[in-house]
Design a protein around this ligand. Structure first.
Ligand code: PHE
Length: 354
């Protein structure tokens, strides 16, 4: 027994020296300590030796087992420390000559103005809705009383996808039909007025210059209930604009043509720079054109499932299409629309929300 232990001891110590990582250490531990390992074999042999030698042999096996265990633990600790050191040596590499700059990003001015408007409209009971950028011809035009080949389509030439009937929305009005279908039931069953705003990116086939972009933002709003009139429209527009510009604004309505509203208007605000006297920013007229709007056309309400054939005027409503990009230009005094899309951070990072 003594010889066998001795042979195992030298085998063990020479193999331990070759172990370089934790997993081969574990393998070695198995060959000695597992149920089928070398020490267990010794225990089996213990049964075969004469009784008077058993005690000594047993003690020898036990102390060998202890010895093996201690060596394992010591080597394990060593290897763990080495692994940690290697990790620290390799991972902690940073360049302290890198400029730190501004660690926080900033919001895009359109995002700022959009959020501000969402808060204002939410405080007046409007739902804020999200809508697709890819829409179909029906939602973008036909449901809005713009039949195929109607000349009004010329004003909104956009980008058509190769998938038939799919296009990039040319105005946020493209969501009107969906909103009417979403909330129409609640209006009719429970008398809950439809009040919703839906901001979104719009696209048009435009030649780009300081005042025109092929990609811009609008915020559409609709309100539908019994007896909604132009005075409701004026009230909401005026309240919203006074909040945005943080002062009382004077508005006026001029007739404007859009097939999906009747009557349709262009809403102007009195120039905030000259107070209406006339200056270069309002082209000496004293007014700035801001927001097309109007009373929703009966055909649009019919397409949206709001009114029936029998009572085409049961519900009425207004709609407006606020140019978010234009509003941001006015509010932040940005003279060139291209600033918003060209990704120049030195320009875009100067805006902060109030
Ligand atoms: N959708 C129209 C446009 O983009 C604007 C508009 C919206 C006009 C709602 C009237 C009512 O030109």
């Amino acid at each position: 027994m003594k010889d066998k232990i001795e042979a195992l001891r030298s085998k063990f110590s020479s193999e331990l020296k070759t172990v370089a990582d934790l997993s081969s250490l574990e393998e070695l531990r198995q060959t000695f300590m597992s149920k089928k390992g070398a020490i267990q074999d010794l225990m089996k042999e213990l049964g075969k030796i004469p009784n008077d030698q058993k005690k000594d042999a047993g003690q020898m096996i036990n102390s060998f087992k202890q010895e093996v265990n201690e060596h394992f633990e010591a080597r394990k600790k060593e290897l763990e420390e080495l692994a940690l050191k290697a990790l620290l040596d390799h991972t902690e590499s940073y360049d302290d000559s890198m400029p730190t700059g501004n660690p926080c990003g900033s919001y895009h001015p359109i995002t700022l103005i959009q959020r501000e408007l969402e808060d204002i409209f939410e405080s007046m009971g409007f739902d804020v809705e999200d809508y697709n950028e890819i829409v179909d011809d029906y939602n973008c035009f036909e449901a809005l009383n713009i039949p195929k080949f109607h000349p009004a389509r010329d004003m909104q030439d956009t980008y058509y996808l190769t998938t038939p009937n799919q296009l990039l929305k040319s105005h946020t009005s493209a969501a009107q039909n969906t909103i009417m279908r979403k909330y129409g039931d609640k209006l009719k069953k429970y008398g809950r007025p439809i009040r919703a705003v839906f901001p979104g990116r719009c696209f048009r086939n435009e030649a780009i210059d300081a005042c025109h972009e092929n990609t811009f933002f609008q915020m559409e709003g609709v309100m539908i209930d019994k007896d909604i009139s132009i005075s409701n429209l004026i009230y909401f527009m005026k309240t919203m604009l006074s909040e945005v510009f943080e002062r009382d604004v004077t508005v006026r309505l001029r007739p404007g043509f859009f097939p999906f509203v009747e009557p349709g208007f262009e809403l102007d605000i009195q120039c905030l720079i000259c107070g209406g006297d006339g200056c270069p920013s309002c082209k000496n007229s004293g007014w700035l054109e801001l927001c097309p709007c109007g009373m929703i056309h009966p055909n649009v309400l019919k397409h949206g499932g709001i009114n029936s054939e029998e009572d085409p005027f049961e519900y009425t409503g207004f709609a407006f299409g606020l140019g978010l990009t234009r509003l941001a230009m006015m509010k932040y005094g940005v003279g060139d629309i291209r600033v918003f899309n060209d990704g120049d951070l030195s320009a875009l990072s100067q805006f902060v929300s109030r």
